[in-house]
Design a protein around this ligand. Sequence first.
Ligand SMILES: [Zn+2]
Length: 456
Amino acid sequence: MRFLRTSTPGRITPFPAFLLILSAAAALNIPAFAQKEEASRTTVIKAGRFFDSEKGVFLENQYITVQKNRVVSVDASIKAPKDAKIIDLGRFTVLPGLIDCHTHLLFLEKIGRQGSGIAAESVASLVFEGDALRALHGAARAKTFLEAGITTVQDLGNSGQFADIALRRAIEDGSVVGCRMRVSGPGLSAEGGQIPGLVAKHLPLVNDEYRIVRSPDDAVAAVRENLAMRVDLIKVYADSAPNIARLSVEEMAAIVKEAHRYGVRVAAHAVSERSIRDAALAGVDSIEHAYSLTDETIQILKEKSIFVVPTLLSSDNFARYMEISGEADKDVIQKQYQAMLKQSRDVLQRLMKSGITIASGSDDYLDLNMPQGQGAKRVLYAYAECGMGVLDILRTTSINAARHLRLENRIGVIKPGSFADIIAVEGDLEKDIRVLDNVRFVMKDGAVIVGPPGTR
Ligand SMILES: [Zn+2]
């Protein structure tokens, strides 16, 4: 998660001060047995337009055949058994289910509340909410992601003591309807984690949310602890501003070395130029946020094939945040947004020019009074506002994200052998990324979750 620091109510400090965090009530509308029954039939989806994420092109009139939870063919003509179920999406553009590489499904920050902010909200999550309720809240949020067309997320901590693992398991066993999840468990951090301002006697509270690392040897132990709990990746905090303590390059290198022994990737929260550089030198696999970058550090990222996940705020999410915070002056909102945009655009443009692989991540943990998944999708609109074209944006949330999650050929693509994670939108996606607001159909793992219109 990032910190949105307010100096006065509703006022955001300049963009470089930004950091990060993560976000969860139950979601059992579709019984697991119903999904399984549906998933067992052969289904043919007629796509009026079809986004081929591997080639980066839109095709006309394609037929996607799905058996159980897999795609078996994509053809220009229909090749269906007589008893196949036909889903006509001829009016829509069909694409792979979206992937969000940076979520916090078990954490939600209420905005504008007296004394609010990430530190206070983190304490509230730990003290007043607790792991069990957080997992239930996370289940509800996971359903909103799925309904918004985000079929897979990588969830990066702020989920108590492995409550993310519990949610992932409940989704996998079909008792909860939600997006496919990869989870990190508690993030590895220097002293203090991301909960600044605790008085000394309450510092141990941090241990309920973060794994505090105190030496390279301890770093190795922390990785093993998380792996023993079956995490999918390791999350490390190269910085945890506004707390001052930072992990050393040696500590992060020990984390990377141990994780890579098991083929597990390491995602680094890094906001400042210095912490990004330290994480890169330590050999992490991705830099999350990356709000400030010199060309020299970009070169290091490029040489080491490190992915970058820019967690940017769209203009509409920014305005909503400000309004909920109590800022009524539209000129003030616009001025602050433009300052943020200038910096975001500069960094994103230089990343794009460098050829570094960019994967999309929302870091959407703010309570914007809308379905969480709907708000998360808007990170893709932020990329557009920074000058990224539609095809490149779609790559960040499909094949690039799938590579980052080590699920290439299975998600982020619709082709023989891939999981049947398929969505459809209404409108000209090739011209306007914002038609992703108009999701009319969602299939995950071969089960229809949303639509198609007229059939349900
Ligand atoms: Zn985050």
